[in-house]
Every structure is written in structure tokens, then in C-alpha cells.
Design a protein around this ligand. Structure first.
Ligand code: NDP
Length: 680
């Protein structure tokens, strides 16, 4: 029987079996935890010294590139993980949420990092604020890696996704991670960490694994460290108030159990397509992962007049669900992840029955299919009805972390909102309505109490990713009882792990620190046109002040004819006189085009393509007779390690453009994005 090993300070640790971990399918022992104690002082020291050093030897872009390679590597070996995941009671679809969802999150963060983070290890968040009248003193915000370790304490229900959704943003942020999976399913996490290790892609010290308890780890954390937690509200409370975490203000992000609701709006009738869509969503959430999802629907709010119709529809769907060993043909629902969970869920159902009646499950005949399943952690889906949901308690307070949902009848929208709020803060709610006015009325009220809201109608249902699926690009985490934390949400998650600091100084100093040209900073001017410089040679602040051009009426007429834009402001003198400008003015797009004509270098060169503009503003109007010029300055360089389709290496360069008039007034202001070739 195999003994799981921790991975601490670059070594696998553990030979002596301790706790037996049973299969959720048939009770057979899958593995043991190890008896050997972990030296947590060594683990944190190794993370802080070796881990931080090797991670910060790379920059944001390089770490993003590693995440992508890692995602590809895990994807190639995913079948090994599926084979192990089966023992946690998962169907193939359930395992997919954990495994494909896990490396999928790595892919998303690889791409988010490449697109939204700079080269280097200082992210300039901005905005730059001019603090002095003459622009000698500026302020802005930067985000930098903390010099500590990240401790991730995870739940049993997603042993791989739970690790990777936290690891990806922390890794991008340059933090070494010490991962503590829930013991019950830690054999799956251990297998995934072995795959990750085999890849050889991670820098030394980036990832450590704890099998078993955390010992004195939390006592050893310091101010630069970070803790994230997923699990029960009780444990979240306990760990959050750990004296060392409080005393040192160590950031603690919690994602705890949540009494999510789904609301069938009063406008939906049983004959509407949305009625069936709603029932299907409820059943899916009850049975996927056997209801062991933090996002699963626990409370189903239904207009009182449709209570019976909805109960019957859901019961009909539930009676078609075959439960058992997912290896058996036709099985759609697996087991709970352990016999401890089975006991807890049964106890929770008994307590829920003090306020509700059971209309499906408890008294039905339930026979999971498969060999040895009588020793597994199987349970029937349970549908309950609480006829007096305005009373506190019951399903508003108690989570049965399994395939259990409670129907709650309501009268009127206000009552539905009151019931939803009784969850005291939830991860997610689905509102099913056909009426945009109802969505516009209810969603802003629900938003105050929820982390995510899905509006589900027939149109959205065609492509809906589902009530229960947290997506890497959208925020995951809810207020109040849901833990008050925030995970995922694209680049936000990376920002959570970074330290945000306001900096103040002269524009030249601010530009030096942010590695980004700031208006007013010293520029570098030389005889070589900046467009003739390769990516490698260009310096931030390299700048060109162009010759001048006087704008004429002929320019305006020609541009209007060429573009077809005969807006009165450019062509109708009488109408233009009545406007705030008092005269005809040039097209803003003419000013842009004329500026390009002033600053481009026409010959073949390392600047390969202009792929867009950011932050464009037309500030002062340009009238016939005005004389304009442009200043083009290299603002930011990002090395994403990309090559052209022909294999030529290239980087992204952002240019700051200021177009001014004869009085040195700013006429137009924008950033241009270009691809610039590197030297061969
Ligand atoms: P717990 O809160 O007990 O455990 C969550 C994680 O915390 C596990 O890794 C656990 O490790 C660890 N842990 C527990 N106590 C400590 C401690 N004192 N110090 C350090 N780490 C600790 O949740 P369970 O996994 O037992 O699940 C209980 C309930 O939580 C479920 O029935 C469900 O209601 C809810 N839950 C919510 C989830 C969510 O995503 N929001 C997910 C899973 C569960 P170990 O396993 O070794 O005890």
C-alpha cells in the first residue's frame, strides 16, 4: 500500500504509513498519509530563500511562459490523474472539472500574464497623478512581488483545480507556494505534484506539498507571507483569527461554504422553456460532484404558485439519475468523497428535516450500481421543501455538502430578495427570468450579497457555462458567510498577491522605477530615428520631436472627401460658428493621420506593425491656420518571447504620442502599440 509523501525543501519525505485513506467507491485503502513530521521551519526558510530567489530571477513574462508549458505538460498526462481521481467518487465529467479545469486555469493565467503584465518585476498600475503645478512632482502606484511564501490550504472537493487556481496567480506574482490539500483526497494532489515535478519546468522552491496537518506552520509565518484558504466557515474563522496571523497582519483570503440560491422569477410559467432550463440547472448542480461544490445550489426559490410543478419536474429528472461506480455504464452521479462526508451529510439532512419535508431521496429506494459500492460513500439526491422559509435557520444556515437542495416558496419579488439574503453572503446565485426589467430590478440588489450572478434565460442557456463553474476570468468568492475573499477574476488575482505601493517623485524618477516613460521625465534624443532602432536597442524615453505642419482648409476638404466624413463641424461654416468652437475645425482623425505623417520613418525598418491605439483623447481643436507637431517617445517595452510567423523574434513597444499646436497646447494624446523586430 503506497505511502503519500510530502515535498519539502526539494525532497520527498515520508515512508512510514499513518492514516489510511479509503476509496469513496468501495472503501478500499488507496494510500496512507506519512508518519514522519515535517520541519516547517525548513519549509518556510526554503521558500523564502531559494523559492523567492529563483522566482524573481525570472520576470512576469517568463513566469507566464512557464505556466503555459506546464499546462501543456499536465494536459498530456491527464489520463493518469483521471485514473486516480476516480477513487474520490468522481464521474469522468466530475474529474474533468478538477483536472481539465485545473490546467485550463493555468492556460488562462499564462495568457492573462502575457497580455497584462510587463517585462520585469514591477507592474505599473497608475494612474500617474501630477502633484505639482509645473509637473516636477508626480505620484503613481506600483505592484511588486512580496518577499514571502504563500500557504494555500485547500478543500477536499477539488484536489487539483483547488491547488492550481491558487498556484497560477501566486506563481505569476512571484510567490513560492506551500500547498496543503485536504487529507481525504490528498492522494490526487500528490499525484499532480509528482507530474508537475517531472516536468522540470518550475524553478527551485516554487512549490512544496504538505501531506497531513500544518503543525506549527502558521506560527512560523511572517509579514511578507500570505495565506489562502478554502473549506468550512468554522475552520476559516479559526485560522483567520490565529494569533500570529492577526499580530503580523498576514493577508488571509477565505473562501468558505456558501448557501447559494437559485431564483425562478415570477414571470416564468411552467409552460415556458425557461422553467425546464431552471429545473435542469438545479438537478445538474445537485448531482455534479455529488453536490460537493462550494457553488452548488442549496436553496431553490420558487413562486408559491409553481412550487408543486417545479418539485414534480425536478423529481422527474432526479429519478433518471443513476448513481454508482462511475466505471459502470450509464452512471451519472458518483459518491461523496469519504465515509466521513457521508456521515456529515446524513447528519445535516436530519437537521434540515426539522424545518423541511423530504419529497425525494430519504424514503426512496436507492441502489448505487457497481461492485463493492455498499462500502462506498454513496447517497441519494435529496429534494426537500421548506414551507416556511421566512423563518430563520434550516437551509438558510446549514449546508449539507452533498446532493441536497431545499425548495422555498415565495410571494413577490421583495420576498424572493429577502430569502436570497438569508444566506448572509453567497458565492453565486442564478436568476431565471424572461424579463429584462426583472433582471434590472433584482440583480443590483442581489449583487450586494453575492460574488457572482448568472441570469439564465433560453438565449443564455444555449452557451451558459453553468451556475456552478467559477471561471478564471471572473471573480470567485463572496461576501459574509462565503468567506469575504476573492479569487480568480483575471489579473485581479495576481494583483492580490502583489504589494501595492504609492510612489512619489520627479517624473524622471517615477519613469526610472516604473520602467515606463512618464510625461515630464527626461527624454533621450539622438540622430537615429526611434523607428530605426531594434527592440533590443531602444531605450525607454527615447524620443523624436517632429518638424511642424500648418493645417489648411484644403487639408480638411481633402480629408473629408477621402474619408466620406462631411460632418457639419468640418464643412458647414454657419453651423460650426454656432458651436463652442466658433469656427470650422479639422477632423480628429485627420490630426491622427497627420501626426503619423510627421513621425513615421518611411523606410523599411525594425518597426513591423502598428496594432492599435490606447487612451486616445482629442484635447484642443485644430482649426485651419493652426500649426501642429508631434512628440513620439518610447513608453514601454514588453518582451513576450514572441516570433513573427517567419520565426523572427520581436517585442511589443508602446509609444507615447503628444500632438501640440503653435502655443504648445496639447491637441491630441495617445499611446501607439507596435511590434518591433529584435536584432537577429
Ligand atoms: P475543513 O474546513 O475542515 O478543511 C478545509 C481545509 O482546511 C483542509 O485542507 C483541512 O485539512 C484544513 N484544516 C482544517 N483544520 C485546520 C487547522 N486547524 N489548521 C490548518 N488547516 C486545517 O473542511 P472539510 O474539508 O472538512 O469540509 C467540511 C465542510 O466544509 C464541508 O462539509 C462543506 O460544508 C465545507 N466545504 C466548503 C468548501 C468550499 O469550497 N467553500 C469546500 C469543501 C468543504 P484536513 O483535511 O487535513 O483536515
Amino acid at each position: 500500500m503506497s505511502v503519500l509523501q510530502s515535498y519539502i525543501a526539494g525532497q520527498w519525505l515520508g515512508e512510514t504509513p499513518a492514516k489510511a485513506l479509503p476509496s469513496a467507491i468501495n472503501g478500499d485503502t488507496i494510500a496512507h498519509t506519512h508518519e514522519e513530521t515535517i520541519d516547517f521551519a525548513q519549509a518556510v526558510e526554503y521558500g523564502r530563500n531559494t523559492g523567492v530567489k529563483s522566482l524573481l530571477a525570472l520576470d512576469f513574462q517568463q513566469r507566464a511562459a512557464i505556466l503555459k508549458e506546464l499546462a501543456i505538460y499536465i494536459q498530456e498526462r491527464k489520463e493518469e490523474l483521471y485514473a486516480i481521481s476516480h477513487h474520490t467518487g468522481c464521474t469522468r465529467a466530475d474529474s474533468g472539472i478538477d483536472i481539465d479545469g485545473g490546467f485550463g486555469t493555468l492556460f488562462t493565467y499564462a495568457s492573462t500574464g502575457r497580455k497584462e503584465l510587463p517585462s520585469g518585476n514591477v507592474a505599473h498600475e497608475g494612474p500617474v497623478a501630477q502633484l505639482g503645478k509645473n509637473n516636477h512632482f508626480n505620484g503613481t502606484h506600483i505592484l511588486v512581488p512580496r518577499r514571502g511564501v504563500c500557504v494555500h490550504i485547500n478543500a477536499f472537493n477539488f484536489p487539483i483545480w483547488g491547488m492550481l487556481e491558487k498556484f497560477a496567480p501566486a506563481f505569476l506574482a512571484g510567490m513560492p507556494c506551500i500547498v496543503k490539500p485536504a487529507t481525504a483526497t490528498s492522494y490526487v494532489t500528490e499525484a499532480a505534484v509528482r507530474v508537475i515535478n517531472d516536468s522540470g519546468l518550475l524553478p527551485e522552491g516554487a512549490l512544496q506539498l504538505i501531506i497531513g496537518g500544518t503543525g506549527d506552520l502558521l506560527d512560523r509565518l511572517e509579514e511578507q507571507d500570505f495565506v489562502t484558504f478554502t473549506g468550512s466557515a468554522d475552520t476559516a474563522r479559526k485560522l483567520k483569527s490565529h494569533p500570529n496571523i492577526m499580530a503580523r497582519s498576514i493577508p488571509f483570503n477565505a473562501e468558505a461554504d456558501s448557501l447559494n440560491s437559485a431564483i425562478l422569477a415570477p414571470d416564468v410559467n411552467p409552460e415556458d422553456e425557461e422553467f425546464g432550463i431552471f429545473a435542469k440547472e438545479v438537478v445538474k448542480e445537485m448531482t455534479a460532484k455529488a453536490g460537493q461544490k462550494c457553488t452548488a445550489i442549496r436553496r431553490v426559490l420558487v413562486p408559491a404558485e409553481h412550487l408543486n410543478a417545479l418539485a414534480e419536474t425536478i423529481k422527474g429528472r432526479l429519478s433518471n439519475i443513476v448513481a454508482g461506480d462511475p466505471k459502470e455504464e450509464g452512471v451519472r452521479m458518483g459518491a461523496l468523497s469519504s465515509s466521513d462526508q457521508l456521515r456529515d451529510v446524513n447528519e445535516a439532512i436530519d437537521r434540515l428535516l426539522e424545518t423541511s419535508e423530504c419529497v425525494f431521496g430519504k424514503h426512496g429506494s436507492f441502489k448505487p450500481v457497481g461492485q463493492g459500492v455498499e462500502n462506498g460513500a454513496f447517497i441519494a439526491p435529496h429534494l426537500l421543501i421548506n414551507h416556511h422559509p421566512l423563518k430563520d435557520g434550516g437551509a438558510h444556515d446549514l449546508e449539507a455538502f452533498g446532493p441536497v437542495a431545499t425548495l422555498m416558496p415565495y410571494n413577490g419579488i421583495e420576498e424572493a430578495l429577502t430569502l436570497a439574503a438569508k444566506g448572509k453572503g453567497s458565492l453565486v446565485t442564478t436568476l431565471t427570468t424572461r424579463d429584462p426589467a426583472i433582471a434590472a430590478q433584482m440583480i443590483p440588489v442581489l449583487a450586494a450579497q453575492h460574488g457572482r450572478l448568472q441570469i439564465l434565460d433560453a438565449e443564455a442557456a444555449k452557451e451558459s457555462t453553468g451556475h456552478g463553474s467559477p471561471l478564471p476570468m471572473l471573480k470567485h468568492g463572496g461576501p459574509g458567510r462565503a468567506g469575504g475573499g476573492e479569487e480568480l477574476g483575471g489579473i485581479r488575482a495576481v494583483h492580490h498577491y502583489l504589494q501595492r505601493t504609492a510612489i512619489q517623485g520627479s517624473p524622471t524618477m517615477v519613469a526610472a522605477v516604473t520602467r515606463e516613460y512618464v510625461r515630464g521625465a527626461k527624454v533621450i534624443e539622438n540622430d537615429v530615428h526611434p523607428f530605426r532602432r531594434h527592440f533590443d536597442d531602444l531605450q525607454i524615453g527615447e524620443s523624436l520631436l517632429t518638424h511642424r505642419r500648418t493645417v489648411t482648409e484644403a487639408d480638411i476638404v481633402n480629408f473629408g472627401c477621402l474619408s466620406g466624413d462631411h460632418f457639419y463641424m468640418h464643412f458647414d461654416d454657419i453651423a460650426a460658428r454656432k458651436t463652442q468652437f466658433g469656427q470650422r475645425i479639422a477632423h480628429g482623425y485627420f490630426v491622427l493621420s497627420a501626426a503619423a505623417g510627421l513621425f513615421v520613418y518611411p523606410g523599411e525598418g525594425p518597426v513591423l506593425a502598428n496594432y492599435g491605439l490606447d487612451t486616445l483623447r482629442f484635447i484642443t481643436p485644430v482649426a485651419p491656420g493652426d500649426t501642429i507637431r508631434a512628440r513620439l517617445t518610447c513608453k514601454r517595452k514588453i518582451d513576450q518571447g514572441r516570433t513573427s510567423p517567419e520565426g523572427h523574434p520581436q517585442g511589443v513597444v508602446m509609444w507615447d504620442v503628444e500632438v501640440t499646436n503653435q502655443d504648445d497646447e496639447l491637441v491630441a494624446s495617445y499611446d501607439i502599440l507596435t511590434l518591433v523586430a529584435k536584432r537577429q
